[in-house]
Every structure is written in structure tokens, then in C-alpha cells.
Design a protein around this ligand. Sequence first.
Ligand SMILES: [Zn+2]
Length: 464
Amino acid sequence: MLKIFNTLSKKKEEFIPHLKNNINIYVCGVTISDYCHIGHGRTFYFFDILIKYLRYLGYNCNYIRNITDIDNKLIIKSNKENISLKELSNKMINSMHIDFNRLNLSCPNLEPKITDNINVIILSIKKLFKNDYAYIDKEGNVLFSYKKFNNIYKYSFFKKNNNIIKQNNNFILWKLNKKNDLNGWSSPWGFGRPGWHIECSVISNKYLNNIIDIHGGGSDLIFPHHENELIQSKCLFNINYNIKYWMHTGLVIYNKYKLSKSNNKNFLLYKLLNEYFPDVIKYYLLSKHYRKNLNFSIKILNIYKKSIYKLYLGIHDLDLNIKFNKSDILFFNYYDNIFLDYMNDDLNISGVHKLLFLMLSEINKFRSKKFILASKLAIRMKFYASFLGLLQYDTKYFLSNKYFYKNKNYLKLINKINFLIYSRNEERKNNNWKKADILRKKLRKLNVILKDKNDFTTEWFIIN
Ligand SMILES: [Zn+2]
């Protein structure tokens, strides 16, 4: 039985969804004001594993991840770069998709943008007004008011910490634009734009009808974002609002600080993916339990580079196409149980890492004398690793590229490939199939093999 830690109850709870087999999952997506950093990688990689595992357990997962494509930082950046907000957010969304594709994360079922949902946000703010949960301040902004909400302790993530609850000031629902800022929409309260917290209340309701099994995000979103979102949603939808489990991933920390705009330049996902194999980054991202914070250093990444190398090396000379017979299934029960125990215990991924190395030591023991058994162990090990998106490259390809990543020309090549893939996706979006095909041929000349899903490149490989 799968147990997951619910941030709201602070307990590990048995996973029992609202409906039997269909699960709704909402994960707060990226505010698309900059390239994604390694902290984003951790959150979305973790939820990707969770979804893969839930699908394996037989659930149909409807996975929604929003995109915050309007906020202060975006406006400042678009002014600085002298491009429109739309151009900037499109550029950042595309780079996010490329990063996540390179990590081979599954695409959400829907990825709604805030700017496509302004009307429904305005309707919700009107409703909050009508029920006395909103007011207009001196500057003309619309704010949420806690005054009428008397159940705050029941719905707070900090039940025992009154100080934190007291700090929770009323927050902005609709921000009036300053002069000359044309990035906004007309509303009953003037030309402006929505606040951050109202987005997720509205979008999760619109696309999932408030039947949400898991609501996820990074742990930096617990306060104030999720605290405000939860209380505001209760005010909007009352008993029709029901989230079963809140799940939060720990942060990536550098020199004791959370990654931020000022210190994250070296930790951008695309840069790290240019230097390290995706397996190395993924292994690092969950080398500690997903709820714990994780320290970042290049030294740690280089240690995991060796770990991944060992795993690929350990299976490269075995026969990975051998068929299993009935007695094998019994034999592998032992390992299956270890795997399931780790996964069912609030997704203990670092435990699964241990299992992979336990199997590697068995493989090494049997390699020379019992080749078939060693090969079967390798196949099963690859199967467990597949949930974590590890060991899925052709071993010969991986090993031949061990030093490849140090080559400076390689970075140029990767950038060129990314640009061609991005352009091809764009051409296909616009039904320019001939142009897309020319780009595919160009990529083929660079020895790039593409994997496409729903007219979008989800994965690519270079073959030598
Ligand atoms: Zn959110």
C-alpha cells in the first residue's frame, strides 16, 4: 500500500484517491521569468517519478501543471531586453520544455497559462467581493481579507505556530498597473493584472473541478503561496473544494542559501545538462529524500558521475534481451518486494538507488560463472531504474561518451541541436511539415535521433 507524506497533516498517510482509478494531480508550475534552475529540475523530476509509479500501480493520472506567464520579474525583464512579454515568455517556455525533455520527464496532460485564464480569475475575484472576502486598498489594488475567515487554524500548514499565521497579511488579488505599464487587462477594478495566489485556486478548479488527489510543489511554496491558495479556495468553493494530499519537495541549497536569481547562474538546468549526462543530474537530484533540502556542489555531481558510470559499466557486456521464465519471476520477487517497499514508503528514491547498487554487486558476483543469471539481474535492475528515468540509454552509447562531455565543441553542438529541435517543433505546431522535415534531415546529418510524442520532441540521442 502506497503511503505518502501529507504536508498539511504532517503525517504519512495511506494513498486513497477520491475516485477509484482516476487521479487528478496539480503541481504548481514555473514562473517563467528566467531559465529553469536545478531546483526546478528537482521538483518536476520528483513528480514525474510519482506519476510514473502511480500509472504503474494502475491509476489513470490527469496531470496539470500551470505556467505563470505574468508577474513583476517578467515585466522588468521584458523591458530590460526590449521584447514583448509574450516573446519573452514564449522563449522561456520553450527553453523549459527543452530542459524537461532532455531530462525525459513526461509531459503534463495540460499546461494552462495564466494569461489564457484572466476572465475566470476576474469572475472569482468578483465572487470573493460578493462574499465579503475582498476589499480595495488606498492604492486601488484588490486584496483578500482574512477578517471573515474564522477557520484559519484548521487550514493552515503551521497549526502550531501562531507567529507564522499572524504574519500572514492580506494579499493581492488584483494589482492595479502603474502608469505606462501596458501589460494588463481591463477589469471592474481598473486596468491591471492578477496576483499570484489566485491563479492556482482558479486554474486547479477550472481544469480539475476541485477533485484533486495530490497538490504538489516546491517547499518554498508552502508559505505564503499554498497557505493563501488553500484558504482562498475554501472561501471560493467551500465544501466543494477538496484536496486530499499536499506534497512538497525540498529545496536545492547552495552555500546555505536557496537558489535565487542572483546566485543561480551556474545552476541553470540547460548549462548543467550541457556538462553532465541527464542520468548524473537525476541521480543527484534524489540522492537525498525528496522532502529534505539538498546541497549543491560540482564535487557532488562528479561523485555521482562515477556512480552512474559504474552502473552502465556493470551491465554493458551482458545480454539484455534474454526472456524470463516462470522460476525467474519467483526469484525476482525478493527484489521486487524491496523495490515496492521503498517506493510505497513515501517514495524513498535514495532507497531504490541502494537497491540498484545491491543488484550491481550481485551481477558482478555472477558475471563470469553465471552469465545468464547476471544478465537477468541486469534486466530487472534496468526495470527498477526505468521508474527513475535512469540507465535507459544504450550502454555502448553511454560509455563511448564518457569523456565526450568535456569537449568544448560539444557545447556548441548541443546548442545547435537544441535550436534545430526548437525550430522543428515550432514548424510542426504551425503545420509547416515540409520545413519541419528539412530540419529533421539536418538533425539526422548531425547523427541525432529524435523521439517524438504528440508532435513534440520528447527525447533525443546522438549516435556515433
Ligand atoms: Zn501555485
